[in-house]
Design a protein around this ligand. Structure first.
Ligand code: 13P
Ligand code: SF4
Length: 335
């Protein structure tokens, strides 16, 4: 059995991480997290495993054990390049399936199989086949927040970071973008093509309202508002910038405008603000908390168990892997 005590060795090894996270975790609580961080980092080296963590992971995971962090597009790209034997996907199930489709020769493990997504659950492969019959000559562009079966019926995938570029890469006047109605509506505002869609939505981003943003502006002078395109259009209309989670990180790092905002609010899942706050102690982050219950299923104890047991593993049949890999790879080639 692994000894998970907070020893002097654990304290020393995790001190640089705690220096960054001391505003987020009280010392007593940190002492319960640090042994997991230390053991996960030891074991992943021993097993040649890589931890891919989405921007919505909690700071202990994001800053403590992740090797690669980013949005769905970045994680897919990194999975495709990885030389590790094992990929531990800290995110939701569709992300692990994407990694598996791109890396059939590797073990792809998700620490909690039940980490789903309201968008992925909003549409099935049978639905896509019916759409294909209804719109025979219209390209089907599928958000990566979908199952492998749905991707397999699609012409190309997109993420929130490249949706406009993917839509504009087609010659046709009309495209079908599934399943996120709000990402499709956002994209419609940035293309001359007609964008048809589906009625899916993200249960986290659809909770934000324009009044939330007006309230932040009234309360915090000069605040910069960044929003994810999964938010409804009336919310995006109030924001200063709309982008994928990684594009929001780029914005706060000053890579979009050339300067870092001093005061910012992220209209997205709340762990992202915690991760940015930890990396930018001088920035004032207003942190409304809309939590994704699926992302929050991933915890340090489950990551350690997943590494120790090398499971639960995500499997795809070779046929499904190939059929879903094609639209993912097309997206990576275009973007
Ligand atoms: P990103 O690709 O922007 O990280 O979005 C993924 C997601 O699930 C947002 O809710
Ligand atoms: Fe799905 Fe929304 Fe959670 Fe992202 S935040 S994983 S889109 S439910």
């Amino acid at each position: 059995m692994t000894d998970l005590a907070y020893t002097a060795e654990v304290a020393e090894a995790t001190a640089p991480i705690y220096a960054m996270l001391s505003d987020q975790y009280e010392e007593k609580y940190w002492q319960t997290l640090a042994p997991y961080i230390h053991e996960i980092n030891r074991l992943k080296k021993e097993k040649n495993a890589v931890i891919l963590a989405h921007n919505y992971m909690t700071p202990d995971i994001f800053h403590g054990v992740a090797d690669i962090v980013g949005d769905s597009l970045a994680l897919a790209r990194e999975a495709a390049k990885s030389e590790a034997d094992i990929i531990i996907q800290c995110g939701v199930h569709f992300m692990a399936e994407t990694s598996k489709a791109l890396c059939m020769d590797k073990k792809v493990i998700i620490p909690d199989m039940k980490a789903g997504c309201s968008l992925a659950e909003s549409i099935t492969a049978a639905d896509v086949r019916l759409l294909r019959e209804k719109y025979p000559n219209v390209p089907i562009i599928t958000y990566v927040n979908t199952s492998a079966e749905v991707k397999a019926e699609s012409d190309i995938c997109c993420t929130s970071g490249n949706a406009v570029k993917i839509v504009n890469s087609f010659d046709s006047d009309t495209v079908l973008m599934i399943p996120d109605q709000y990402l499709a509506q956002y994209t419609q505002g940035h293309t001359d093509k007609k964008v048809l869609t589906w009625e899916g939505s993200c249960e986290v981003h659809e909770r934000f309202t324009p009044e939330d943003i007006k309230g932040f502006r009234a309360k915090y002078d000069g605040i910069t508002v960044l929003a994810h395109p999964e938010c409804p259009p009336d919310v995006l209309a109030e924001a200063d910038f709309t982008g994928s989670t990684q594009q929001m990180v780029d914005y706060v790092n000053g890579d979009v405008t050339g300067t870092k905002p001093e005061r910012v609010v992220l209209i997205t899942e709340c762990s992202m603000s915690d991760n940015i706050a930890a990396a930018n102690p001088d920035m004032q982050l207003i942190r409304p908390c809309q939590m994704c219950p699926h992302m929050k299923r991933i915890t340090l104890p489950k990551i350690l168990k997943a590494l120790q047991e090398e499971g639960p593993e995500v499997f795809l049949t070779p046929e499904l892997a190939e059929a879903s890999r094609v639209p993912i790879q097309k997206m990576l080639d275009v973007s």
